[in-house]
Design a protein around this ligand. Structure first.
Ligand code: ACO
Length: 325
């Protein structure tokens, strides 16, 4: 029986110009390139320039995705933007992007699920496309985490980076089997009992300030490996596929050790895992669309490849999606 599939038509990304190598942190903190590299796999990250906002990064990624798809802004019905670092408390960063790319109709809104934000946004876009609410949806992950870091806390500030990635999904008729292109399944989860493991110590209705990132790294690490492998397996099961069918895992890029252990738990060799954490650090909601766009641009991911996307972040929130590129 025919079904509607949300199929990738374009992709793009943007990284701010300023590159910060690990060694730069050692000038002001009791840390080293060696510690950061061996514990996280991170070698460098990009930081936004003064005055450069999350929407500025998102707009560049959005324009690149439109160009790749051969589309105009007016071809989009919706923009869903995942971020934990919006330009303003309101309006949404998505509406700023909508205006900046010249999209006058349709609708745009933000989604907040921290590092799992892109998976949540993708699942929403897929639902809207499958229900007929929208035909063509741009899904963006964009962050300026450098704005919410405590530069004196070596346990967090070395981990994050800034950037943006975008994909465009469009409705297409599929056969209803795992051979279809497009989003084949999604699996979303959250558990608010774990709020205190990873949070920002400020907010509009609590302190009236922006706050900075606080994290119990080891605890998050333990949850990450088991929860990511479990939701990955669930998403594959929902799609009627197995780990052996995958061409690529495109994981949230937080820590190379988490990426390796999750792949190992799922029985996937690292030859089938896209890794960009060494160059980007943890860009939260931007990390998966950045990795997708970088890997597709360099010909690593090809049309028809079967991908598993998976991410975990503050909340805790976590999820996975099976997508045939
Ligand atoms: N440089 C040098 N030493 C450091 C640094 C640093 N940058 N950071 C911590 N240390 C020290 C610690 O103080 C500790 O010292 P001690 O033994 O004297 O107390 C030692 O290194 C070991 O610290 P651990 O926290 O045990 O180190 P661990 O191996 O767990 O690595 C890390 C820490 C990298 C944070 C890891 O736990 C991790 O990646 N956790 C998961 C983070 C994550 O995935 N987040 C995803 C979601 S992010 C989001 O949603 C916004």
């Amino acid at each position: 029986m025919g079904v509607i599939r949300a199929v990738v038509k374009g992709y793009g990304h943007y990284l701010p110009e300023r590159v910060v190598e690990n060694a730069e942190f050692a000038e002001t903190l009791d840390t080293s390139d060696e510690w950061i590299r061996t514990r996280t796999g991170i070698e460098r990250r990009h930081f936004a320039a003064e005055g450069q906002k999350t929407s500025d990064l998102a707009v560049e990624a959005a324009k690149a995705a439109l160009a790749k798809a051969g589309m105009k802004a007016s071809d989009l019905d919706a923009i869903i933007l995942a971020t934990a670092t919006p330009d303003q408390t309101f309006p949404s960063t998505a509406t700023r992007v909508q205006h900046a790319i010249g999209m006058k109709g349709g609708f745009a809104f933000d989604i907040q699920a921290v590092c799992a934000g892109f998976i949540f946004a993708l699942a929403n876009a897929n639902g809207m496309i499958q229900s007929g609410q929208a035909k063509t949806v741009m899904v963006i992950g964009a962050e300026t985490f450098s704005r919410i870091l405590d530069w004196e806390d070596r346990t967090t500030c070395v981990l994050f980076g800034d950037g943006a990635g975008a994909i465009i999904l469009q409705a297409e008729e599929g056969t209803g089997t795992g051979a279809d292109r497009g989003v084949l399944s999604t699996d979303l989860n959250s558990d608010g009992r774990f709020n205190d493991l990873l949070y920002v110590d400020g907010g509009v209705s609590s302190t009236g300030t922006t706050g900075v990132v606080r994290m119990q790294g080891q605890e998050v690490f333990k949850h990450a490996v088991s929860k990511l492998a479990a939701c990955g397996d669930t998403a594959l099961h929902k799609a009627g596929l197995t780990a052996g069918d995958l061409d690529w895992i495109v994981p949230h890029q937080a820590n190379l050790r988490i990426i390796k252990r999750t792949a190992q738990k799922m029985g996937i060799s690292m030859d089938h895992v896209v890794v960009t954490v060494q160059d980007h650090g943890n860009t939260s909601a931007a990390s998966i669309p950045l990795a997708l766009s970088v890997a597709a641009s360099r010909g690593q991911i090809k049309e028809g490849d079967l991908l598993l996307l998976e991410a975990i972040g503050g909340g805790l929130t976590w999820g996975a999606a099976v997508l045939r590129w």
